[in-house]
Design a protein around this ligand. Structure first.
Ligand code: SF4
Ligand code: SF4
Length: 522
């Protein structure tokens, strides 16, 4: 027995059929066929475990990270404070009028998805989409309780017994626990997590918290545990959108039929008979591990989330056969077409011998992906747009004001003529202290010679400047009366400035206002 012959008997041939194979395409709304994905192992599976641990860790743990913002602001690192209309992210505090930062982040996320899709295809779907991550997590539980593919299929087909019932109850109970934890983690982003945790378990939390947890528990359990791949196939619009973003240089998971076909389950016999067969031994390992239940050998399909588990499965088979890895691989359409042209040599039929040298190694003429293909005009445009939005947001963030003044001029009456002949205008001055510290804001007049002002409810002498205390993170409205003496008010309407300053931090803001007089109204 040759090494290859010995190796070729070392792999397992799996009885697996794609749920919607090219030869037996079903109508779009056919009844669901159950999928029992086999456990895969290999570099992509390890990478997916890593991504899964990171994404789940971020989601569940982030609300528990503390951040000291002093005594006047919450000490939760990430908090959406709906009651006070604030969003806290580490050292950044966003006010409602600064919502454009959130909009900018969404724009960046959108452009980032375009960039990722045009380079590495549906990496979002295969690795980081919440649906993929939670389905993976639910599958871990399912495998731990019911076993791998064969055991699960056997259990599914077995009549109900105490053993089957206990396994099913255990699985669904743990799924529900995960779903509750997922819904629970979400509400912690909207309130102080440790306090809310206690309130939830003592029945003191607001009804909306319990309703949110209930809704998210149900959606996580149903979408991640019960519907699984159907969410991607039938509900998600992304597979359709991303099809428009791929081009001939985008990476996708590809079955390289130029070296795999004609597939043969009897490679040894074919070789002995001098028949040229491809590398695919039709073992179905790639079909068995696929969480979408498809056969990548049928070609590119919308159902494929490019999770690359079929690459791991096939690489393991190629290792056992002593052949080069990569019968299924990440490849671009342009490389695939070049290799297909090599394998068919214009004849229309694949001869795998054409892509191999006499020694049996893959020919040097075979095209392989090169990283420089990522750098092309389209990706430069996406990256440029993404960077521009990011830099604009960073600049706006670093230079934004934390002290603001807004003024409303009384319209009725526009002015009041006082008994001594002086003219008075009324204003509502809004002082915004956007830091979590109390501070004294100095409001002063700039221009309008001879004018003085007085604040209602603030016990300070009439003058050109007032010191107004403002609470942390608050807006304070003050009624201000500005008075101009009679000898100066004949000059007509005048422009002047309300200036606010924090003398400790040197922050300053100016509002351009107008002073109305009887002269100006004539
Ligand atoms: S065909 Fe391969 S890459 Fe696509 S979903 Fe199935 S296992 Fe993942
Ligand atoms: S592509 Fe690879 S894993 Fe799939 S059937 Fe062929 S040899 Fe097996």
């Amino acid at each position: 027995m040759t090494t290859e012959n010995a190796a070729s008997e070392a792999f397992e041939r799996i009885d697996a059929e794609a749920v919607n194979s090219a030869t037996k395409r079903q109508p779009l709304y056919a009844a669901r066929k159950k999928i029992f994905p086999k456990r895969a192992s290999g570099q992509f599976r390890r990478f997916k475990w890593l991504i899964m641990a990171i994404t789940l860790g971020i989601y569940y743990l982030t609300p528990w990270i503390r951040w000291d913002r002093g005594p006047y602001a919450p000490d939760q690192a990430v908090l959406i404070d709906l009651a006070n209309r604030r969003f806290y992210f580490l050292f950044i505090e966003i006010w409602p009028q600064e919502f454009f930062y959130v909009a900018g982040l969404l724009v960046m996320a959108g452009i980032g998805l375009f960039l990722i899709t045009s380079t590495v295809g549906r990496a979002w779907c295969g690795y980081t989409c919440p649906q993929t991550v939670w389905v993976d997590l639910f599958l871990v539980v399912e495998r731990a309780i019911e076993g791998d593919r064969n055991a699960r299929m056997k259990l599914d087909g077995a009549p109900w017994s105490l053993g089957k019932l206990s396994k099913r109850v255990s699985k669904h109970a743990i799924w529900l626990l995960i779903a509750v934890a997922t819904g629970g983690a979400w509400v912690f982003y909207f309130a102080d997590a440790p306090s809310l945790f206690v309130e939830i378990f003592t029945g003191k939390a607001a009804a909306v918290a319990y309703i949110t947890i209930g809704v998210l528990t149900a959606t996580t359990y149903v979408l991640g545990g019960l519907m699984r791949e159907q969410v991607c196939t039938y509900m998600c619009p992304w597979p359709r959108i991303q099809a428009a973003m791929l081009d001939e240089n985008s990476l996708t998971v590809t079955y390289n039929d130029w070296r795999g076909e004609p597939r043969s389950r009897h490679a040894k016999k074919a070789a002995a008979a001098g028949v040229s067969v491809g590398d695919c031994v039709d073992c179905n390992a790639c079909v068995a591990v696929c969480p979408m239940g498809i056969d990548i050998r049928d070609g590119q399909q919308l159902e494929c989330i490019t999770c690359a588990l079929c690459i791991d499965a096939c690489d393991a088979v190629m290792d056992k056969l002593g052949r080069e890895r990569g019968l299924i691989s990440y490849a671009t359409l342009s490389d695939y077409n070049a290799n297909m042209a090599l394998a068919t040599a214009g004849s229309g039929s694949i001869d795998p011998a054409r892509v191999r040298e006499a020694s049996g190694k893959l020919s040097g003429a075979v095209a392989h992906f090169h990283w420089r293909k990522i750098f092309r005009p389209r990706t430069f445009v996406y990256f440029g747009a993404w960077s521009l939005v990011g830099l604009a947001m960073l600049y706006a963030l670093l230079t934004r004001d934390r002290l603001e003044v807004n003024v409303l001029h009384d319209r009725n009456p526009q002015y009041v003529l006082l008994s001594d002949g002086s003219v008075r205008n009324g204003y509502t001055v809004k002082l915004l202290n956007m830091i979590p510290e109390p501070r004294v804001i100095f409001l002063s007049l700039e221009g309008l010679p001879g004018a003085t002002m007085q604040a209602v409810g603030i016990d300070q002498p009439e003058g050109r400047s007032l010191a107004i205390p403002v609470e942390p993170d608050r807006l304070r409205e003050v009624r201000i009366y500005v008075r101009q003496p009679a000898e100066l008010s004949h000059r007509g309407n005048e422009r002047f400035n309300f200036v606010v300053e924090d003398k400790a931090s040197f922050e300053r803001d100016v509002y351009h206002a107008k002073f109305d007089t009887p002269e100006g109204s004539r």
